[in-house]
Design a protein around this ligand. Sequence first.
Ligand SMILES: *Cc1c(COP(=O)(O)O)cnc(C)c1O
Length: 361
Amino acid sequence: MNRFIPERIGRIAPYEPMKGDYPVRLDANESFVSLPQSLREELSGIVADFAFNRYPDPLAEEVTALFAAYHGVDPACLTAGNGSDELIALILGNLLERGECVLTASPDFSMYRFYASLSGIRCASLQKDESLCMTAEDLISAARRENARLIIFSNPCNPTAQGMPAKEVLWLCDSFGGLVVVDEAYMDFWDQSVISEAALCENLIVLRTCSKALGMASLRLGFAAACPEITQALRKIKSPYNVNGLTQAVAAAVLRHPEVLREATARVAASCRSLCGSLTALAEKNGGIRVYPTRTNFVTVASTCSGRLYDGLLSRGICVRRIGTLLRITAGSEAENAALISALGELLAQGAIGPTTQGRS
Ligand SMILES: *Cc1c(COP(=O)(O)O)cnc(C)c1O
């Protein structure tokens, strides 16, 4: 190890998204719906006339106002980020002192732990049980036990697809003496958002992204909603030109067509319901997997042979995400879902499956 690199960086495991060419990509929770042709032509015009030589608007005001309108909130409570990822890094890296503790859940989005370690913040986690659910009360007791100053979790949760009702999230904010960061990356698929509450609540930050339901993962655009004081702090500490000009212009053009985004979201939600139904039928027929209900655009499945299922799918050109005994399967196009179901059905029927099904085949 080079002695100029701090030890805590040496210890961090890098985030490694799936590389390589797989015909069916159901591993990253992206939208399978891309932008319609008519909109693409509008975007070509924007690129053709773009002032590449100029710095972008530091506060991304136009796109922020459009995003605020899409969600019915005041733009004054929003901070734009280079993906919500940047905002997670900004919050964990600056709103706590070194050595203080952040509480997250396990399993939950891995970047919370990643950015906490990067910033020398202690990261404790509340272990979820087999139901994959947790309550606000669980979080509060864990936070007290660990003396945590900040609680961060995704709602609905990636990778479990389970959600905490808005009322309970607000109770958590009321009852906890520290900051609560609720990452609503998938809230376009559920109706329990607390984004409207953020402006009036002094210890709540709500994160949203354009990467999932809105189908703009490549643009890297996310938002933090918070009260005026927190918003001022976030705007002050972010790097000045954090959201690039092309992203601002393209996302603004897309957000001017809310009907396109609502329709795309509905298509993805329908695909996810159908995927969940097919997986449930498969589980009833073959056993070997437990399918969880979903509030998101992916379905979470538990299996004691998640490793063999994952490898089997990959060898058939289908990429999903594996987290321990869980498989996280993103809803895809009809053809992609069908390919997944057929391959998984084959694997389960082969009895390539361990202890939970051995008595059944
Ligand atoms: C995908 C995802 C993000 C990342 O969003 P970006 O805006 O693309 O950085 C954040 N949180 C959760 C829970 C996610 O699943």
